[in-house]
Structures are given as structure tokens and as C-alpha cells.
Write a protein that binds this ligand. Structure first.
Ligand SMILES: NC(=O)c1ccc[n+]([C@@H]2O[C@H](COP(=O)([O-])OP(=O)(O)OC[C@H]3O[C@@H](n4cnc5c(N)ncnc54)[C@H](O)[C@@H]3O)[C@@H](O)[C@H]2O)c1
Length: 396
């Protein structure tokens, strides 16, 4: 049984606390920290938390708690992690780990040097659909991975700090690209090195200093390409989709707008439908159980089981650091308009990954370009002659 200090009483503090208190779990949030006294007291009462405080140090150093969970604005993650490490407590931090790779590395070094348990709370990796996707890819269902595509779009975040570059560290990329990038890494294989990135970004709609829309590419050492698409300008709710395709197959995952649960209503019901839904009438895409569908329940189960059994969880601060390193390169690419190298100080995956982009022999003289069954029942073969390089066609 664990007692948790929850830092932050905003949207994610609420989701995390309700998750930890769900399913008759003995683990409890014992202390809730928020800047505002009213918010701290009201949230603690509403979520069944025994004690609350507006003093972050007191919350972290509370003698009754053994885990600190960080749900604060991005620019405060580092300070909170360093304080949790000084208190000798296990620390779980929401995404993004930090606002840049240098800070993320400092946080990683701090937890590792102190030997404290650390988890990166990347919930979308833990959705049952994504866990099955990763497992299927690892079993070779799609063959060699060539392409991943991750999309996170909605109409923009719910608090002022997200829109402030000092507090957030960036715009839609740092907010949502971090999810997409980690999903891409998990589908390509986290031991495959991301080598370089190219990104377009713009501020299309909102009067802010950061990007509200971006499309980027991550090139991996295996030749696989990871495509991410993020926007704060999307009309229609929250669109969260992932794809992975390879030499032998394809997997498509839809997390939010098409979960197999659709309601049409002219009159609406109680207001809130699902996170970032834009209305309560017409065709609606509600979500059966937000805590489970977004991966929070399996994520905390796995993290706390890992803590109990003394193993590393699936997502650690190292993963958060690699994601920050990729995002740093993404921001450099937006400025330079070129491919930019991903600089990872401490690469722990494989060196010289095997290429997924090899050609297939058809026979001794030919490479196979394509085989297709035509409407008239014949099979067309497109082949390349090895000796001449000529592309030829054969009907069988
Ligand atoms: N799916 C996810 O993993 C997910 C979803 C949403 C948010 N997040 C992350 O969680 C963190 C918090 O986001 P949120 O949506 O809960 O934000 P929020 O605005 O809803 O809540 C932020 C909390 O931090 C507190 N806070 C704000 N400014 C502060 C300051 N200067 N000093 C101390 N406390 C301050 C607020 O009082 C509030 O309790 C962010 O890092 C965000 O990226 C993760």
C-alpha cells in the first residue's frame, strides 16, 4: 500500500487522483497540493483526499507519503522532481518530462544518482489498444516497421499557462507532440535510435507566441519514419489516432472520436461529454470510461507494481529525456527549415540498427517490385532485372 503526495489540482491532478482511488485500491492520495487554498480544499473534499496544503515543500516532505506524483505546469516539473529526490521519495512525473532536454537530463541524472524509483506518466502508451499494438508489432505482425503516424489535435488547451512559452516551453508540439513521439518510438522499437527530424510549424489561428499547428517527421536508424501531426486548431473535439505499418501489415488505432460509442441528440444531457468535446447536441462521441480509455488505470497499475517488485516500469525518466531530445531537434528544424540531428547524450538502445528497408529477391535474376491479382483473374508481376536495372512486367 502506498500513500501519495499529489502536486497539482488541475485536470491531470484530478484524473490521476480519481484513478488512484478507483477499483478499491488500497493506494491513496494522502496529501493534495495546489497554489490556491480554495481549489486545494474543494478538490481534496471532492476526490476523497484526507489532507491538503498550499505549501509544496510540506507536501513533498510529508512523513506519511512515499510517492510524489507531479501534475504541475511543465516549467515546474524540474523543481518538483529535485525536491522529491531530496526527500528520497519515488517520483512519477506527467508529460512532458521537462521543457527541454538539458533539464530532462538533469532530472534523469538526479533520480538515477539518488537511486529513487522514477516513472514517466505517458498514459497513451498504456491504453489497452496501444499495449496490444506494441505486442503485435514485437511479434512481427506488421513485418519490419516502415512508418508510424500519430495524430493529436483539438481546439486548444484549457489553462492560460499552456499558451505561455515560459511556463509551457513551447506550443502544440511540447504539449501534444510529446505523446505522438513516444508512441512512435514505442511502435518502431524504443531501442532503435531516432537520428534526425524535420518539422513544419506555424501559428495559424491563435494570437500566441508559440506554434498552434505542426507536422513533423522523425527518421530512425532502421530507415523507419515516424510522422506526427499536432494542432490546437482542430474543429470537432479531440482527435487521437495512431498507425503503424510495415512490410507485412498495418495497424490503425482510434482512441477518442470513434471508439464504437456514438450518440445523436437534439436536446443534450448534462453538459460535459468527453475531454475537449465541442458541444452536447448532434452526433456525439462519448467515451465509456475516460480513466481507462486514456490509459491512466493500466499506467498506475503497472507503475506501482514495478515499484513493489523492484523493476523498472515500461516508461521511465530516460524515455521522457529522449522525447525531450527529439522535441529540441524539432524546434531547431522549425527555425532552420532543415533536417536536424537528434542529440542524445546517453544512448542506451542498439547501435547500428538493422535496416527495415531491404529489397526482396524474386529469383536469381530479378528483384520483386510488385505482385497484384487483376480483375480478370490474372496475376501481374512487376520485376526489376538485376543485370540491366530494367523494370519489366509478367502475367501469370
Ligand atoms: N494525458 C496527459 O498525460 C496529460 C493531460 C493533461 C495535462 N497533462 C500535464 O499535466 C500537467 C498539468 O496540466 P493540467 O492540465 O492539470 O493543468 P491545469 O491548468 O488544469 O492544472 C495545473 C495545476 O497546477 C497548478 N499551478 C498552475 N500554475 C502554478 C504555479 N505557477 N505554481 C504552482 N502551481 C501552479 C494549478 O493551480 C493547478 O493545480 C502539465 O505538465 C500537462 O502537460 C498531462
Amino acid at each position: 500500500m502506498h500513500n501519495v503526495t499529489m502536486l497539482g489540482a488541475g485536470l491531470i491532478g484530478m484524473f490521476y487522483t480519481l484513478t488512484l482511488h478507483s477499483n478499491r485500491s488500497p493506494d491513496k492520495v494522502k496529501v493534495l497540493y495546489s497554489r490556491s487554498e480554495d481549489r486545494a480544499r474543494e478538490s481534496a473534499e471532492a476526490w476523497g483526499v484526507e489532507r491538503w496544503t498550499t505549501d509544496m515543500d510540506a507536501a513533498i516532505n510529508d512523513p506519511e507519503t512515499d510517492i510524489v506524483v507531479i501534475g504541475l505546469p511543465n516549467s515546474l516539473h524540474k523543481e518538483a522532481v529535485l525536491k522529491a529526490v531530496a526527500a528520497g521519495k519515488a517520483v512519477l512525473c506527467t508529460k512532458p518530462l521537462a521543457t527541454n532536454a538539458a533539464d530532462a537530463k538533469e532530472m534523469l541524472d538526479a533520480v538515477e544518482e539518488a537511486g529513487v524509483f522514477h516513472g514517466y506518466l505517458e498514459d497513451l502508451i498504456y491504453t489497452p489498444k496501444v499495449l496490444k499494438t506494441i505486442d503485435a508489432v514485437q511479434k512481427g505482425v506488421v513485418g519490419k516497421v516502415l512508418w508510424t503516424r500519430s495524430r493529436e489535435t483539438h481546439g486548444g488547451p484549457h489553462s492560460a499557462w499552456f499558451w505561455d512559452p515560459e511556463m509551457a516551453g513551447g506550443g502544440a508540439i511540447i504539449d501534444m507532440g510529446c505523446h505522438c513521439i513516444e508512441l512512435s518510438r514505442a511502435m518502431v522499437g524504443k531501442d532503435i535510435r531516432p537520428v534526425e527530424v524535420m518539422c513544419w510549424a506555424d501559428t495559424q489561428v491563435h494570437p500566441i507566441e508559440v506554434e498552434d499547428h505542426a507536422i513533423g517527421l522523425i527518421k530512425y536508424e532502421s530507415g523507419a519514419i515516424g510522422q506526427f501531426e499536432v494542432s490546437w486548431n482542430f474543429a470537432g473535439g479531440m482527435d487521437l489516432r495512431d498507425e503503424v505499418s510495415g512490410t507485412e501489415g498495418t495497424i490503425w488505432v482510434n482512441h477518442w472520436l470513434r471508439t464504437g460509442f456514438e450518440i445523436f441528440t437534439r436536446v443534450g444531457q448534462e453538459g460535459y461529454v468527453a475531454e475537449k468535446a465541442e458541444g452536447e447536441t448532434g452526433w456525439l462521441f462519448p467515451v465509456g470510461d475516460e480513466l481507462a480509455e486514456l490509459g491512466y488505470v493500466p499506467m498506475f497499475n503497472e507503475m506501482l507494481n514495478a515499484l513493489d517488485t523492484g523493476i523498472e516500469p515500461r516508461e521511465t525518466f530516460y524515455d521522457g529525456y529522449v522525447v525531450n531530445a527529439i522535441m529540441d531537434a524539432v524546434y531547431r528544424s522549425i527555425d532552420s527549415k532543415r533536417w536536424e540531428p537528434v542529440e542524445i547524450e546517453d544512448w542506451r538502445g542498439v547501435e547500428g540498427a538493422e535496416l527495415s528497408t531491404a529489397f526482396t529477391d524474386y529469383d536469381a535474376e530479378h528483384l520483386l517490385v510488385k505482385e497484384e491479382l487483376m480483375p480478370d483473374g490474372r496475376t501481374k508481376l512487376i520485376l526489376k532485372e538485376k543485370s540491366t536495372g530494367k523494370i519489366i512486367e509478367r502475367l501469370t
